[in-house]
Ligand binder design. Sequence first.
Ligand code: SF4
Length: 101
Amino acid sequence: MSVQVDMSTGADWRELAVCRSIGPEPFDTPDNMSSSALKAHYDRARVFCESCPVQYECLASALNEEEGVPRDERQGVRGGFGPRARYNQGPFLLERVVASR
Ligand code: SF4
């Protein structure tokens, strides 16, 4: 299922991304990290995402790019959600983002 995002303003949502000034490391999936450490790592990233003005657009973009991608090949936090949540819940996560705003 493809998710439609309104880009009618012509602006690139990435220009408004909170992570743009932070860098990618907090949002990546590090190698050789225990599951509890990885959860803490993702939780820290999610704090940034929850304050990000383009969380919806970011998540929609991730879901589009990952369509058909197996769970274990998805990486990092995008749009406030880790790989497992994006794989298991897909577009339903967009409703959660809208409801949280
Ligand atoms: S929602 Fe998170 S990962 Fe997406 S642009 Fe914003 S800060 Fe970056």
